[in-house]
Design a binder for this molecule. Structure first.
Ligand SMILES: N[C@@H](CCC(=O)N[C@@H](CS)C(=O)NCC(=O)O)C(=O)O
Length: 198
């Protein structure tokens, strides 16, 4: 299978990480958003939304949306429970990641690390800090109760949340005030097969 992605993107890194944790082999195809690769007609034929990551299976079928890709790859493994409540718990945290975490932490990281915190983005950056800390506090409370975000078993919810949490400091979030998150990051990095974001 092929993964179209950018190694610096947390959404793309989620897909790399689950593949490596599960020992799946894949071909990585680097996509340069700024060079217009996602607007290329051949790419748009695979994902009309023009976004990465994108998974292309050997039979040509494609999947987009990082968390959906991660769950597809982890199906029938210990990373994705099959009982309805446990599965919904994983999805609860993945929807949280997409709506209450990534839009603040990943965007603050983008403004700071990639745009260099320009004056016309400072107000937006400050607003992102509020939402980002709310998300981190929510995670901290949960991780004070259990080793992983949905309980004692690592799941794809942890993989998806790890992606942007471990680089939150790039967005100005000081993680030293979140000890349970720091312990959880270390546990994730100790998992067999773990690979770092390049
Ligand atoms: N919800 C999507 C977000 C995907 C996304 O926004 N990808 C960015 C890179 S991190 C992208 O492709 N941006 C290019 C664009 O929007 O033109 C996911 O989780 O996969």
């Amino acid at each position: 299978m092929k993964i179209y992605g950018d190694r610096q993107s947390g959404n793309c890194y989620k897909v790399q990480l689950i593949c490596d944790l599960l020992g799946l082999s894949y071909e990585w195809i680097d996509i340069d958003i700024l060079a217009g690769d996602t607007k290329d007609l051949a790419f748009l034929a695979k994902n009309p939304l023009g976004k990465i990551p994108l998974l292309e299976l050997d039979d040509g079928r494609c999947l987009s949306e990082s968390n959906a890709i991660v769950n597809y790859l982890a199906a029938h493994t210990d990373y994705l429970p099959s009982t309805p409540y446990e599965l919904a718990k994983v999805q609860q945290w993945q929807f949280f990641e997409q709506y209450s975490h990534e839009p603040f932490i990943a965007v603050a990281r983008f403004i700071n690390k990639y745009l260099g915190l320009p004056d016309d983005k400072k107000e937006e950056y400050a607003a992102k800090q509020v939402g980002g800390h709310k998300a981190l506090k929510t995670m901290e409370a949960e991780l004070q109760e259990s080793h992983f975000i949905t309980g004692e078993q690592v799941t794809t919810a942890d993989v998806c949340l790890y992606a942007y949490t471990h680089v939150a400091e790039d967005g100005g979030f000081n993680l030293s005030q979140y000890p349970a998150i720091q312990n959880w990051l270390t546990q994730m990095e100790e998992l067999e097969g773990f690979t770092a974001m390049l």
